[in-house]
Design a binder for this molecule. Structure first.
Ligand SMILES: Cc1cc2nc3c(=O)[nH]c(=O)nc-3n(C[C@H](O)[C@H](O)[C@H](O)COP(=O)(O)OP(=O)(O)OC[C@H]3O[C@@H](n4cnc5c(N)ncnc54)[C@H](O)[C@@H]3O)c2cc1C
Length: 385
């Protein structure tokens, strides 16, 4: 499959590439190693309209389709993967509001989301588990014109920098099937009864904040419910198709960074009288990195094209996320080996690629959960009577 990017996607690609070269790469190492939130870079992303990537044009966004989101995310991730985290859950909540919210919500919130004035995190995972979303325990009990929210959310990206959170809550504890009692509600961070109860230090994905959210009798207006009550699980599954395509695209960017830097280094570093690229052991690694990147790209593009054609693509998005993140993780290890001792030293970004790659295998549903999604869909598609 040879996919030609359209004019918009080519312009987007070169625009983000330029931003990454000029504004991200020179400072990423400093922010990373100080674990410092990159306010200057994020403000530039705001000026460039990146917070409105998925928001329709009529509300001031760029109205990117899934394929454009892949191109955009790959370029950003190639510079510094943490920046894709600033936008990932933000864009996903905006997408949920656009798809399932009412007109008042769309008119009031989408322009602010596009401008980056309202910034989102998403709260799905809880301290007791993230894989089994249907069993989540945070409750939202109706009380007049409010829901009273109680519970906790764990590992939440943008915990300290989001102005709002899209929170998955249980609105019907007596639903016949647990997944039919879940809703999505928007919580503003300054509400009474809401707090970020814990900052979590991480192996990688530095600079942006990850934390635990706590809700204690937190009153949230019913007008903040996104879409129909008790339909949150189905809404989330649809958003996760896009989320997994986005994570696969992060892997493409990180994988490409590993390959580009290894290819360049291998032609300059000499050992035993010749550039190491002339040693077959190095050639084998480079070939494996390039081949798996190409395969990951094909899977990711295929899932994105299906999403853009309104086709169900949970299996394809799962395959893209599974394959691209595993391939990226292997590529980051090979990049360390190609760079020898320098690969392990913080003066180069190679060790960062290794630390960041592992998150891609865990987040947005672990890779084993992707395997389960893929297998279930296979049985659905090919039943034996
Ligand atoms: C840095 C970071 C940022 C994150 N950001 C967010 C965020 O913004 N919002 C959010 O909601 N979540 C976020 N997460 C959470 C992430 O999505 C979860 O960690 C992930 O979905 C796994 O959930 P868990 O950690 O509870 O693991 P568990 O669900 O406890 O799983 C533990 C292990 O058991 C395996 N397992 C579980 N169930 C099964 C099964 N049925 N069959 C086979 N194996 C199984 C899993 O594959 C895994 O290996 C983030 C996580 C990290 C590390």
């Amino acid at each position: 499959m040879d996919i030609q990017l359209n004019e918009f996607q080519l312009a987007l690609q070169s625009g983000v590439r330029k931003f990454v070269e000029q504004d991200v790469i020179p400072d990423a190492m400093r922010y990373e190693h100080n674990d410092e939130y990159p306010h200057a870079i994020v403000n530039k992303m705001k000026d460039l309209g990146y917070f409105g990537a998925l928001v329709p044009e009529e509300f001031g966004g760029s109205e990117m389709d899934a394929m454009s989101l892949v191109v955009f995310t790959e370029e950003l991730s190639r510079g510094w993967m943490s920046l894709t985290g600033v936008l990932g859950s933000h864009s996903m909540v905006g997408w949920l509001i656009d798809k399932y919210g009412n007109n008042t919500q769309r008119n009031n919130w989408l322009p602010e989301i596009a401008k980056g004035e309202m910034r989102f995190g998403i709260g799905i995972t809880e301290p007791d588990g993230g894989s089994d979303v249907a069993s989540l325990r945070t409750t939202a009990k109706r009380d007049g014109q409010n829901y009273i929210v109680n519970g906790s959310k764990m590992f939440i990206t943008n915990s300290e920098n989001a102005t709002h959170f899209g929170v998955m809550v249980r609105t019907n504890p007596n639903a016949e099937k647990p997944h039919r009692g879940i809703s999505c509600i928007l919580v503003k961070r300054d509400l009474d009864g809401f707090k970020v109860s814990r900052h979590l230090d991480k192996l990688g994905y530095k600079g942006i904040r990850t934390g635990e959210l706590n809700f204690q009798d937190c009153a949230v207006g019913v007008s903040n419910l996104v879409g129909e009550e008790n339909r949150g699980f189905q809404q989330l599954m649809s958003a996760l198709e896009l989320g997994r395509i986005q994570v696969a695209s992060r892997a493409l960017g990180l994988h490409r960074a590993c390959l580009e830097e290894s290819l360049s280094y291998a032609q300059q570093r000499k050992s035993m009288g010749k550039p190491i690229v002339e040693h077959q052991a190095i050639q084998l690694k480079l070939a494996d990195m390039a081949t798996s990147l190409e395969a990951a790209r094909q899977l990711t593009y295929k899932a994105a094209l299906m999403k853009d054609n309104d086709q169900r693509c949970d299996m394809e998005a799962g395959m893209a996320k599974l394959f691209a993140s595993d391939a990226c993780q292997r590529a980051s290890e090979m990049a360390i080996h190609i760079h020898g001792g320098y690969g392990y030293i913080k003066e180069l970004p190679i060790e960062r690629y290794y630390r960041d790659s592992i998150l891609l295998q865990v987040g947005e549903g672990t890779n084993d959960i992707q395997r389960i999604v893929i297998a279930k869909r296979l049985v659905e598609k090919y039943p034996v009577d």
